[in-house]
Design a protein around this ligand. Structure first.
Ligand code: ADP
Length: 462
């Protein structure tokens, strides 16, 4: 089942907090208990010594004892889980806790056993008796026997202390959980709000509202990048859509003219309004050729664009190739009165020869097409750190800044009315760019209207 980001983040926060709180509680509980146990064992020793020292002070001499103080001390000790039995040197009992109040002693022992078994289920307490001599003025005057449940035990105060500690840990746990829940919800909200915004905009874009833009500024880098990417996607889809519409319009326009001419000519011939003279049939044939050229252009585009381009690389001399092309163009340049200047270094390159020829032909024929009489076209070829740099510069009509960004798009023609006369369908540069990119090269153009254009291509030498 899919969960929302907000729910998922809040749950993760709570889970992490529960695990942390549980771990901290368990560990602190364990360590505190262990430390507390050590403290209790040490404290027991101290208490025993204090009892022995006190009892030795309550010896008054001549076999006499301060019985009142001894009783007070013994009763206090019972409350602390210590059961004292004092004997003089002759072995006669001076004071004995069980003899004094057996039921009270049993009640204290039982309570202590219950306390210990509740907190330490594995506790195996054994009633132990430690015997200490009572020394007065360097003379042994008796013995004190201290009974207790060993190896350690908790009295009521100790249990109160442990319970308070546990309560503090539980409170800290609950407060941490609440804080984690609130923080989790806040964080999830901060994350999910802009993502929801991005989703809404992406949905609008998917429905064709390409102008829709994400208006959020997030301080989370990834979200900011996501928003920018979706905005750019919208812009590029919008441009693609415009190009697609233009493409459909262009193709239908290109098709309509020869088809209408053919239709009217054929109808006239069928109705015998016209005689099928050679002139009329030639005119029909020309229209058919126009149609064929257009279909050919479309096929070429499909062949050269995207994944379909397969390169057949060989090593060849670029200067020779350019010289041959220039020879083929010589007559056209002469006819138009445009000067062709070549500056080519002797460079060899490992590339697809036919396709590179196509690139150079496209660039030179465009330069000639868009340059008026008495203009100049200059082709420069040089080596530039493992790259072959080829530039074709003309003094022609130039390309406006708006058109410059689109000229590599399919069927884009900067000046439609003018270009229709020149016969170009607007795919030459698209193919050129595809070929250059397939060779891991690049193509850039600089142009100023009425001053001329310069196309520069860079292709890796190998
Ligand atoms: P076309 O077959 O129409 O020339 P291209 O893809 O080769 O198609 O070129 C696209 C458009 O770029 C052209 O229609 C033209 O407007 C512009 N263009 C290309 N080369 C030049 C140039 N050297 N001078 C001016 N405009 C150019």
């Amino acid at each position: 089942m899919k969960k929302s980001l907000r729910k998922k983040m809040s749950l993760s926060y709570i889970l992490v907090t529960i695990i942390c709180v549980l771990l901290i509680s368990l560990l602190s509980n364990f360590f505190l208990k262990e430390l507390f146990k050590d403290y209790i064992v040490q404290d027991h020793e101290t208490k025993n010594k204090a009892i022995v020292s006190a009892v030795s002070k309550y010896y008054l001499g001549d076999g006499k004892w301060n019985n009142d103080e001894i009783k007070n001390l013994g009763v206090d000790a019972i409350e602390n889980g210590l059961f004292i039995s004092i004997k003089d040197v002759s072995g006669k009992t001076v004071w004995d806790a069980e003899a004094y109040n057996n039921s009270k002693c049993n009640a204290v022992k039982n309570r202590l056993i219950v306390n210990m078994e509740t907190h330490f289920p594995k506790w195996k307490g054994v009633y132990t008796k430690d015997e200490y001599p009572i020394v007065n003025n360097s003379n042994k005057v008796g013995t004190v026997e201290i009974g207790y449940y060993g190896p350690f035990y908790y009295n009521d105060n100790d249990i109160l202390y442990i319970n308070a500690l546990n309560k503090i840990l539980i409170c800290v746990g609950i407060v941490s959980l609440c804080i984690a829940l609130v923080l989790g919800l806040l964080m999830a909200k901060r994350l999910s709000n802009p993502i929801m915004n991005v989703i809404d905009t992406a949905e609008m874009i998917s429905k064709g509202n390409y102008s829709e833009k994400i208006q959020i500024e997030s301080d989370i880098e990834e979200i900011d990048k996501l928003a920018t990417t979706i905005n750019n996607l919208g812009t590029s889809l919008c441009e693609q859509e415009k190009l697609r519409q233009r493409l459909t319009r262009d193709i239908s326009h290109e098709l309509r003219t020869p088809l209408s001419t053919l239709q009217s000519h054929m109808e006239a011939l069928i109705d015998r309004v016209w005689e099928p003279t050679t002139e009329r049939l030639t005119s029909c044939h020309e229209e058919i050729l126009r149609l064929k050229r257009l279909v050919g252009d479309l096929e070429k585009l499909a062949e050269y664009e995207g994944e379909n381009l397969i390169l057949n690389k060989t090593k060849f001399n670029m200067r020779e190739v350019i010289n041959n092309i220039a020879v083929n163009f010589e007559k056209q340049f002469l006819d138009k009165g445009v000067q062709l200047i070549l500056n080519a270094e002797d460079i060899s390159i490992y590339a697809d020869k036919d396709k590179i020829i196509q690139v150079i032909v496209n660039l030179i024929s465009n330069a000639l097409k868009y340059t008026e009489k008495d203009g100049k076209v200059e082709v420069n070829l040089l080596e530039d750190s493992h790259f072959v740099k080829l530039s074709v510069r003309d003094t022609g009509i130039g390309i406006s800044e708006v058109d410059l960004q689109y000229i590599f798009e399919r069927f884009y023609r900067a000046d439609e009315s003018r270009n229709k006369l020149t016969g170009g369908a607007g795919i030459g540069l698209t193919i050129t760019k595809s070929i250059i990119e397939a060779h891991n090269g690049s193509i850039v153009v600089e142009s100023k209207i009425n001053e001329g254009s310069e196309f520069v291509i860079m292709i890796p030498q190998s």
